[in-house]
Design a protein around this ligand. Structure first.
Ligand SMILES: [Zn+2]
Length: 610
């Protein structure tokens, strides 16, 4: 009986030159790592061994062996029946013919064993200990059949032993029948996931490294439980990692796999080590572990903890967390270099600065993971990368002035982009130039051209969607798409929803804690009022919200929530039901501003120009 091997395992062993194979690790886990085959302690099969394995596993051989088992069963039944029915002389007359047939069948079984031993080697072949017993029974049966044919005058003792062996041969038949059932089950396996799980289970058997076995258990668990795309919530491995970081065993997430404490610790150390390699400041790393998908993470605190490099560190965290280094086929230092350049391009504006960019990327991640857009839109790693990169670059080089100002003041950017989404055209354009202008920081360099085109197009569309000039019309279209019977959040509507993820994140301040929201409000109005001052000096019409002498901060925010933010997030809620608990923040914050309207009126009265 031969150890059955799945097609996938067969294929993986087909090419001995490919000395590496990809094995999933834990959360970083979802990161693929190259592991030399030798390290896996796997035997490499020669071409001829593989040919024999293919031959033995082929349908025709399997069916032939099963047919032979059936014939052998009938033969044994006939021998036992004739022995009972006929007298000794009559039985001796026919038994030699039956013995010759039995000899033929046993020789085929012996051949089957030899082929198996050659194809898989003794160690692998006899990994199933029952096969040793099978072999023994076949060999002894062979011995008795030969003995019977050579000497008809068997003693009574031999006859008893023979009878016992007939019984044991029935056991052999049962074993063969079991294998047949197993083969039949295998042949009904239909999904690739099942095949992969089977392959992983078999791979685990040949591995000697305990850590690798744990990694395979992790893969089987995730595939088997259909959790491959559950990147959103902080998963159990991250929770464990956090516990390890805090040197605390409290609140440890329940671990489904049965592993020793030592193995768990090794796992945790591996996850931590992967993130630590990124040189993210320790305190920030702790916060990101705990809150990377949290709406209430404090962007100002994150930036402060990383010495003003919050944007760079956040993006490195995301690249590791979502396995994007492998998607882009780049090293962390290239990613760090790229986002350092992006960060430098953000001017020191009161509002449109690097912390706002970091905040938008962070909020995008909240919608992707905690609000489950990754699952609903069935986003692949490329999609995730596009959304997060778009969030990070969406205001690159923002001059702290609106498109209207740039157009009215005949600014060079407005001339370049023909007054059309001036800044939203400028931001991504510059960010792609950064990459292609310096090979050392080009995160796109190793992408295949068609992938690069797809990523570039998607990022540009998302940044363009942040132009408030198109807010109302685009929102109306998106709402109508969500209501349409052929709405496909994971298909033809995916990009439109990704656009909305970035646009809504860009206007998400009113959805956050009032303290952080108020901080952002003061910053954005400071920036607007500086523009208003410029407009006044240039004799240009003063833009909406830009007159420091007439804009009531609280009233402006109530209007902003009612007319912009609430409709935007109502639309988000239309396809992300998990956003529901956060939606009420808008009303709570609006009520707080309403209480402050009178206060700001008095403030305005005290600063009126003479
Ligand atoms: Zn923005």
């Amino acid at each position: 009986m031969l150890p059955s091997r799945s097609d996938s395992q067969q294929r993986s062993l087909e090419n001995p030159d490919k000395q590496t194979m990809r094995v999933d690790s834990t959360k970083r886990t979802d990161k693929l790592i190259e592991v030399p085959r030798k390290k896996l302690n796997m035997r490499l099969y020669t071409e001829s061994e593989q040919r024999f394995q293919d031959y033995v596993n082929s349908k025709i051989v399997t069916i032939s062996i099963i047919a032979l088992v059936g014939a052998y069963a009938i033969l044994i039944f006939i021998i036992v029946a004739l022995e009972e029915l006929l007298d000794e002389t009559e039985f001796n007359n026919v038994s030699s013919i039956l013995s010759w047939i039995e000899l033929g069948i046993l020789i085929v079984f012996i051949l089957e064993i030899f082929v198996g031993l050659y194809a898989w080697g003794i160690k692998k072949y006899y990994k199933d200990k029952w096969l040793i017993l099978d072999t023994l029974i076949i060999l002894l049966s062979l011995f008795f059949v030969i003995f019977e044919l050579a000497d008809q005058k068997t003693s009574n003792v031999i006859k008893v032993i023979q009878a016992v062996f007939r019984f044991l041969r029935i056991f052999l038949l049962i074993r063969k029948a079991q294998t047949f059932r197993r083969l039949a089950t295998i042949s009904t396996i239909s999904t690739p996931a099942e095949k992969i799980v089977r392959f992983l289970a078999e791979l685990k058997e040949v591995l000697e490294d305990e850590n690798m076995k744990l990694d395979i258990d992790y893969c089987i668990d995730k595939i088997g439980n259909n959790q491959l795309y559950q990147m959103g919530k902080l998963d159990e491995d991250n929770a464990e990692a956090m516990a390890w970081l805090n040197q605390s065993q409290q609140g440890r997430a329940e671990v489904k796999r049965i592993v020793t404490n030592e193995q768990q610790q090794q796992q945790q150390k591996k996850v931590i080590a992967n993130f630590q390699k990124l040189n993210i400041p320790k305190r920030l790393l702790e916060i990101l572990y705990k809150q990377h998908d949290d709406l209430y993470i404090d962007p100002f605190e994150c930036d402060k903890l990383s010495g003003g490099e919050g944007l760079v560190n956040l993006m490195l965290f995301f690249f590791e967390n979502y396995n994007l280094f492998d998607v882009f086929l780049i090293k962390p230092k290239v990613v760090r270099g790229y986002f350092e350049e992006v960060m430098k391009g953000y001017l020191d504006n009161p509002y449109h600065n690097k912390v706002h960019a970091q905040d938008v990327a962070q909020t995008c991640n909240f919608l992707l993971s905690k609000c489950k857009f990754i699952e609903i839109g069935q986003l692949d790693e490329q999609d995730i990368a596009c959304v997060l990169i778009a969030g990070a670059i969406h205001d690159y080089g923002h001059p702290g002035l609106t498109n209207a100002f740039l157009i009215n003041s005949r600014n060079d950017l407005a001339l370049t982009y023909n007054d059309q989404s001036v800044l939203e055209m400028y931001h991504p354009s510059q960010c792609f130039k950064i990459a292609w202008g310096n090979q050392k920081v080009n995160i796109f360099e190793n992408l295949q051209f068609h992938k690069y085109r797809r990523i570039r197009e998607s990022i540009i569309l998302m940044v363009l969607s942040t132009d408030m000039a198109h807010h109302a019309s685009e929102l109306a279209i998106t709402n109508s798409r969500i209501a349409a019977p052929d709405f496909e959040p994971n298909g033809k509507d995916k990009q439109r929803l990704m656009d909305l993820i970035v646009h809504s994140s860009d206007v998400s301040n009113p959805t956050k804690s009032f303290e952080i929201y108020k901080n952002w409000t003061e910053k954005v109005l400071t920036e607007f009022w500086l523009q208003g001052d410029k407009e006044r000096d240039l004799g240009l019409p003063i833009s909406y919200l830009c007159n420091r002498y007439t804009t009531n901060t609280a009233e402006a925010q109530v209007g902003f929530i009612d007319y912009v933010v609430k409709p935007t997030f109502a639309c988000v809620l239309g396809f992300l039901p998990a956003y529901e608990p956060f939606f009420q923040n808008l009303d709570k914050n609006k009520a707080k501003w309403q209480e402050l309207i009178e206060y700001y009126k008095q403030q305005l009265a005290s600063i009126q120009p003479k």
